[in-house]
Design a protein around this ligand. Structure first.
Ligand SMILES: NC(=O)c1ccc[n+]([C@@H]2O[C@H](COP(=O)([O-])OP(=O)(O)OC[C@H]3O[C@@H](n4cnc5c(N)ncnc54)[C@H](O)[C@@H]3O)[C@@H](O)[C@H]2O)c1
Ligand SMILES: O=C(O)[C@H](O)[C@H](O)COP(=O)(O)O
Length: 373
């Protein structure tokens, strides 16, 4: 333990058991107590100094009032589970991990298109929400010369900025907006009956922001009415108790794991460690991520085959459907899949020596992060 960390030791840190590498990143700062993210109660926090969460814990007055928690860190991009106004009014410092798993979500998008056998290189994209995730997707598409329209009401100076209706006319529509319920541009149910009816039958709709951005009931109704657009849902309303009829109706359904690369999860933990160190006024600890350095060699005859070797979302879809058909309640099964999620490395850990790919395909894969020799 460093001298400065030693001064801070003695803190009681209460942390979601699903945060990876807790011991490595926080063990030197005090006592670690793990909890189940969805069932944490105020009583478990009474004498805690630090609360570390993921997206499934609602952090608000009823959880924290009367406790001595002074720092809340969420190892996630999304912050809709934090009542940030209440935290700030009560001088509780909070931090999240912007962008930590953005690359993982972008890779999820390309792999789902490979799994659906969509030739995305000749199709146009529409992106709703162009922050760390949507912006990275947009950057990759631009680098590949793929036409893209973007809807983000807060974004200035983007040459591809369009209205939502224009974005919904594109061939592949990717939803990466956060869940916002108030203000000038709420995103809750922004994709409802009217918007779904605008999608053409050959549209691919990929939702990987937050479940509530799409009106799930309206989506099911549209599909049941015979709308034939292709639907990929990673995020759902009422997680973990998702609508099983909707799962059966979509083309690919995954249990909110688009951002679940090992790299993305560890980056979230590391960013919160850094934020806590800044708050405590101590130097950040250099911890080597478990994922760093591992390189996997793969071979395949096509870009799609290579993408699916790195990550095949059909496996997640199959596991989710099997869980829904099983005897355990959906809530428990959904959370268990996320807890037991297999290790997934990002494309930067892979290298291919394949010779048969055309130079153009190699360049495309390189833009996505796969090293081609
Ligand atoms: N499925 C997953 O595993 C996963 C992983 C990471 C993030 N997410 C979700 O994706 C969301 C976006 O992530 P990010 O890193 O890009 O966040 P970000 O905060 O960097 O960007 C969000 C963007 O959405 C825009 N936006 C806000 N309201 C909007 C609206 N009504 N319509 C359109 N755009 C709007 C903002 O202006 C911003 O540019 C997160 O808030 C999180 O909820 C999901
Ligand atoms: O907001 C995020 O970073 C992602 O949605 C994240 O992958 C959610 O994972 P969870 O916190 O639910 O484990």
């Amino acid at each position: 333990m460093t001298d400065s960390a030693a001064q801070s030791a003695g803190l009681k840190i209460v942390a979601d058991e699903n945060i990876p590498a807790l011991e490595e990143y926080f063990g030197d700062l005090g006592t670690l107590q793990r909890y189940h993210g969805r069932t944490l109660t105020r009583d478990q926090l009474i004498d805690a100094d630090i609360l570390l969460v993921r997206s499934v814990t609602q952090v608000n007055q009823s959880l924290l009032e009367g406790t001595r928690v002074r720092f809340v860190g969420s190892c996630t991009i999304g912050t809709d589970h934090l009542d940030t106004h209440w935290l700030e009014r009560n001088d509780i410092f909070w931090s999240a991990a912007p962008g930590c798993n953005a690359n993982s979500v972008v890779e999820y998008v390309f792999c789902t298109l490979a799994a659906l056998a969509v030739d995305w290189r000749s199709r146009s994209f529409g992106i709703v929400g162009c922050g760390n995730v949507g912006g990275l997707l947009h950057k990759r598409l631009q680098a590949l010369g793929i036409s893209c329209a973007v809807y983000d009401p807060w974004l200035e100076d983007n040459p591809d900025a369009s209205g939502l209706d224009q974005v919904l006319c594109q061939d592949i529509v990717c939803l990466h907006a956060p869940l916002v319920k108030g203000g000038s541009y709420p995103s809750f149910h922004m994709i409802g009956e009217e918007q779904l009816q605008r999608l053409r039958d050959d549209t691919v709709l990929i939702s990987a922001g937050r479940g509530g951005v799409v009106d799930n009931r309206a989506l099911l109704v549209e599909i049941q009415r015979g709308k034939r657009f292709t639907t990929v849902l990673d995020v759902w309303e009422n997680e973990p108790d998702i609508d099983i009829d909707l799962l059966q109706a979509v083309d690919l359904g995954t249990p909110h794991i688009a951002g679940y690369s090992l790299d993305g999860k560890l980056a979230g933990t590391r960013m919160i460690r850094e934020a806590l160190c800044r708050q405590l006024g101590i130097a950040p600890l250099a911890v080597e991520d478990k994922s760093t350095g591992s390189i996997v060699e793969i071979v395949g005859d096509s870009a799609a085959e290579l993408l699916l070797q790195m990550y095949d979302p059909r496996e997640d879809d199959r596991r989710l459907r099997a869980a829904a058909a099983g005897t355990a309640p959906m809530q428990a099964a959904f959370d268990q899949l996320r807890k037991d999620y297999p290790e997934r490395l990002e494309f930067s850990h892979y290298r291919t020596f394949i010779q048969v790919l055309e130079e153009r395909q190699k360049q495309q894969l390189a833009v996505l992060g796969l090293a081609c020799n």
